[in-house]
Write a protein that binds this ligand. Structure first.
Ligand code: SF4
Length: 440
């Protein structure tokens, strides 16, 4: 989501006539897009700002003025507080206010040029939350597209209010973009060379965008519409919430050949007690039932997940239930994190688990996840898989692509194969990738 937002911010600035510098030292405007999901990401912002403040001071010595902007979820969560911690910052814009970035920059420039206000600093803060306005005002044409796999944000915000998560407070309530807007963006991306459309949202499976003045389009219907666009060879999506998975969506994975057989379905915990405390809205057995139903419809489907260890109140028994869930599902890959208390969230006020326990549990869980991932990757050895070649590799004649199951594959192929799908015979499965040879 942040990668998509960063591209859109850059598109606005390029359209306004700015150019990209390769070094921050050369920039007159520095934009930092931020994430608030874990404390570590927030702290990184302030260490980056310390470095950029020095660059700004050096530029000022030479008579050059640098404007610094903090955008995204930390901007939304901290607002004015950012100026108190880093007075080099000029503009703070929330994730649903960055469409106004050029206007804010112009305002700061005109303030700096005005002799009366030159000496006093006027900060700009915009943390308005209206995803609808944002998407209405963003440039229609996408000019910065990562090819051949292109992101489209289809939904933003979340109404689930998991007790550990800051998203409902920083991205706001759930908003689905109108279907026609998404289809037109997808058409445009395909004509720019995209072969894979990657649909993004905090909870895409809850998508219910306006199709017309009287009709609403469900997520499954949207998938069918996108699959009918000529040139779309692959469709992926993330993230889905287990509570919003429907039988129609499961069946769509069989019916739409371009819909990849890979789903990121965050479980977060394997313990019913913790799932309840997290306000996830499902039990362990309901989660397993969804996995099994998917597998009944499409036996080769692969799953990934997110897990949090050390959630307030998590006992050894709760933690073991999470490890057992990973063993039971046998994920193709999974992300795991230590619980990080986020301001505003209910669980940040509860009794916390000590750091050492979190570190130990994370190491144990990651070992189990890695074991399954390696086993899954090795199970591909000798198979012929369809691979979308995405980019050049580090070595000569080497390219890197993705299997349908989201695994990276290293192989030898000419550069002009990038952007196309080829059958590849897998020779080795490693921990994080595969190697193979083009077939034929
Ligand atoms: S469903 Fe996801 S985005 Fe929404 S509150 Fe829960 S963790 Fe956050």
């Amino acid at each position: 989501m942040n990668s998509y937002d960063s591209d859109r911010i850059a598109e606005i600035l390029l359209l306004a006539g700015h150019i990209k510098t390769s070094l921050p030292e050369d920039a007159d405007i520095v934009v930092i897009n931020t994430c608030n999901v874990r404390e570590k990401a927030q702290e990184k912002l302030f260490s980056d700002l310390g470095r950029i403040a020095l660059i700004k001071a050096k530029a000022a010595e030479k008579g050059r003025s640098v404007i610094i902007l903090v955008v995204g979820c930390v901007a939304q969560a901290l607002g004015k507080e950012i100026f108190a911690r880093a007075d080099c910052v000029d503009i703070v814009l929330g994730p649903q206010a960055y469409q106004n970035i050029q206007k804010s920059i112009e305002e700061v420039i005109s303030q700096k040029q005005c002799p009366e206000v030159k000496m006093q600093k006027n900060f700009i803060v915009d943390t308005t939350m209206s995803a609808e306005d944002k998407f209405k005002l963003l440039p229609r044409n996408r000019t910065l597209v990562k090819l051949p796999s292109a992101f489209i944000s289809i939904q933003e915000g979340c109404d689930k209010f998991c007790t550990y998560c800051s998203v409902p407070y920083t991205r706001g309530r759930e908003y689905s973009r109108p279907t026609s807007e998404i289809i037109s963006e997808a058409n445009q991306l395909v004509s720019s060379g995209a072969r894979e459309i990657f649909l993004l949202g905090q909870n895409v499976s809850a998508y219910n965008g306006k199709y017309s003045s009287s009709a609403v389009c469900s997520f499954t219907e949207l998938l069918f519409l996108i699959s009918s666009i000529k040139g779309v060879e692959r469709i992926r999506y993330t993230t889905s919430h287990p509570c919003d998975i429907t039988t129609e969506l499961m069946k769509a994975h069989k019916e739409i050949s371009s819909l990849m057989p890979f789903i990121h379905l965050p479980a977060q915990s394997g313990s019913d007690i913790i799932l309840k405390k997290m306000n996830r809205g499902y039990s362990r057995s309901q989660y397993i039932k969804i996995i099994n139903e998917f597998r009944k419809i499409l036996p080769n489907i692969a799953f990934s997940s997110d897990f949090i260890v050390g959630f307030p109140g998590e006992t050894e028994t709760d933690f073991e239930a999470t490890c057992a869930l990973v063993d039971e599902v046998s994920y193709a890959q999974a992300y795991s994190f230590k619980y990080s208390p986020r301001p505003q969230t209910p669980s940040s006020k509860w009794d916390q688990i000590d750091e050492q326990t979190k570190i130990r549990r994370l190491a144990v869980l990651q070992e189990i996840i890695n074991k399954h991932q390696l086993h899954y990757n090795q199970s591909m050895e000798g198979k012929e898989l369809l691979v979308l070649i995405e980019k050049e590799g580090r070595y000569e004649n080497q390219v890197i692509g993705k299997t349908e199951y989201m695994q990276s594959v290293h192989l030898s192929a000419p550069k002009n194969f990038i952007g196309k799908v080829f059958p590849v015979k897998i020779s080795r499965g490693f921990q994080n990738s595969l190697s193979g040879k083009l077939v034929g």
